[in-house]
Design a protein around this ligand. Structure first.
Ligand SMILES: NC(=O)c1ccc[n+]([C@@H]2O[C@H](COP(=O)([O-])OP(=O)(O)OC[C@H]3O[C@@H](n4cnc5c(N)ncnc54)[C@H](O)[C@@H]3O)[C@@H](O)[C@H]2O)c1
Length: 315
C-alpha cells in the first residue's frame, strides 16, 4: 500500500527529499511543514499536489493517516520533532547528525521500540557503490581490513552556524562504522584548524583506533582547492578505493609481506549500478523498513557509534 509522508524542512537539503518523494511510486501523498514558507513561496506553486503547513500540530489536525516522517531541519531541532513524530506512531528518518547526544538517541529509541523505524539519513550507506564494496569485502577478497581513509574536501558550502566537522564528517564516521560492522572504537585523536575569518574550524581530521590494530582516518574541509571525496580501504591482501567524484571503484592488487617484499599486480575497475541515486535508494529503503524496522542499516546501533564520536569530539 502506498504511504503518506510528512517532510519537515524544505531548505537546501529538504528540497531534494521533496523532489524524491514527489517522484516516488510508493508515496501517495506528501505533507510539508516549514515555518518559513508563505503563500508567495515558489515551492507552493511548484508542488501543487503537496499540502504545506507552518506547524506539525496543524498538519496532524488535518491529516489522520500519516505513515512516516522525514526530518530535514537544522540539527538542534531534530530531537523535539522526532520525539513528537514517534509519539504519534510515525516511522522517522532523521537527517544527519540525527541528534546531539546519546541520551537523546536513547530516549527516541525507547519510544520507537521494535515497531517503529528510527533511521539516520546517512545517505552514503545507501549508495550502491558502498553496498557493493561491503559485499566484496565480506567475501574476504581484500583480506583483513587494516586501515580506512575517508576524505571529504572541497571549496564548498561554509556554514555560518557550525564547524566543518559537524557539517561533513557524520558521513565519513558513518562509512567507517559501516565497514567496521558497527564495532566501537577504542581511542580517538583529533586535530582542528580554523584558518579563515569564520569562527569555526575549516579543516579537521580524526584518527580512530579499533581492536586488532585496525585504524581509520577522516579528513574534512570546506576550504580546499580540489574536490576530493574518496574512501580507501586497505586490506591485508588488496586495497579497494571509491572515488565519489569520478564515480569509480578500483581494486588495487598490492601488498607488502613481512619480508618487506612488495607485490603490485595492477588495478581493475569494478562497475556498480549508477542507475539509482543514493537518496532515491535511501527513501525506498525507509519505506521498506516500515514492515521490518530491525533491518535498518542506519538504525539505533549504527547511529549510536556515530553520535559517540561526535560527543567525544566536542567534549
Ligand atoms: N544527507 C546529506 O547528504 C545532507 C546534505 C546536506 C544537509 N543535510 C542535513 O539536512 C538538514 C538540513 O540542512 P539544510 O542544509 O537543508 O538546512 P537549511 O537551513 O537550508 O534548511 C532547514 C529548513 O528547515 C526549516 N525549519 C527550521 N525549523 C523547523 C521546524 N521546527 N519545523 C519545520 N521546519 C523547520 C527552515 O525554515 C529551513 O527551511 C541538516 O541536518 C543537515 O545536516 C544532509
Amino acid at each position: 500500500m502506498k504511504k503518506t509522508i510528512i517532510l519537515f524542512g524544505v531548505g537546501y537539503w529538504g528540497k531534494n527529499h521533496l523532489r524524491e518523494l514527489n517522484a516516488n511510486p510508493f508515496v501517495s501523498s506528501i505533507l510539508v511543514v516549514d515555518p518559513i514558507l508563505n503563500k508567495e513561496s515558489d515551492i507552493l506553486q511548484q508542488y501543487k499536489n503537496v499540502n504545506f503547513y507552518a506547524t506539525f500540530e496543524e498538519a496532524i489536525s488535518k491529516n489522520k493517516n500519516i505513515d512516516g516522517a522525514i526530518i530535514a531541519t537544522p540539527p538542534p531541532t531534530h530531537f523535539d520533532i522526532a520525539k513528537k513524530c514517534l509519539e504519534h506512531n510515525l516511522h522517522v528518518l532523521i537527517e544527519k547528525p540525527m541528534v546531539e547526544s546519546i541520551k537523546e538517541l536513547d530516549i527516541l529509541n525507547q519510544i520507537a521500540g521494535d515497531s517503529k523505524v528510527l533511521m539516520s539519513g546517512h545517505t552514503y550507506l545507501y549508495n550502491p557503490a558502498v553496498k557493493l564494496m561491503k559485499e566484496i569485502i565480506d567475501t574476504g577478497e581484500i583480506g583483513d581490513i587494516m586501515f580506512i581513509h575517508s576524505q571529504r574536501l572541497n571549496f564548498g558550502i561554509m556554514r555560518e552556524d557550525t564547524d566543518v566537522f559537524l557539517s561533513l564528517a557524520p558521513h565519513d564516521i558513518s562509512l567507517v562504522q559501516f565497514f567496521m560492522n558497527d564495532e566501537e572504537y577504542l581511542k580517538m585523536l583529533n586535530s582542528k584548524s580554523n584558518f579563515t575569518f569564520s569562527p569555526f574550524d575549516d579543516f579537521s581530521s580524526i584518527h580512530l583506533s579499533y581492536k586488532n590494530n585496525i585504524f581509520a582516518k577522516i579528513d574534512v574541509s570546506w576550504y580546499y582547492p580540489k574536490k576530493i571525496r574518496s574512501l580507501s580501504i586497505m586490506g591485508s591482501k588488496k586495497t579497494i578505493v571509491f572515488d565519489d567524484v569520478d564515480k569509480k571503484i578500483f581494486m588495487h592488487d598490492l601488498s607488502v609481506d613481512n619480508q618487506y617484499v612488495h607485490k603490485n599486480e595492477g588495478s581493475k575497475e569494478i562497475y556498480f549500478d549508477q542507475s539509482i541515486s543514493p537518496l532515491t535508494n535511501e527513501i525506498n529503503q525507509f519505506i521498506k523498513y516500515f514492515d521490518r524496522p530491525a533491518k535498518c542499516i542506519t538504525g539505533y546501533n549504527h547511529t549510536k557509534n556515530v553520535i559517540k564520536v561526535l560527543e567525544e569530539y566536542y567534549k
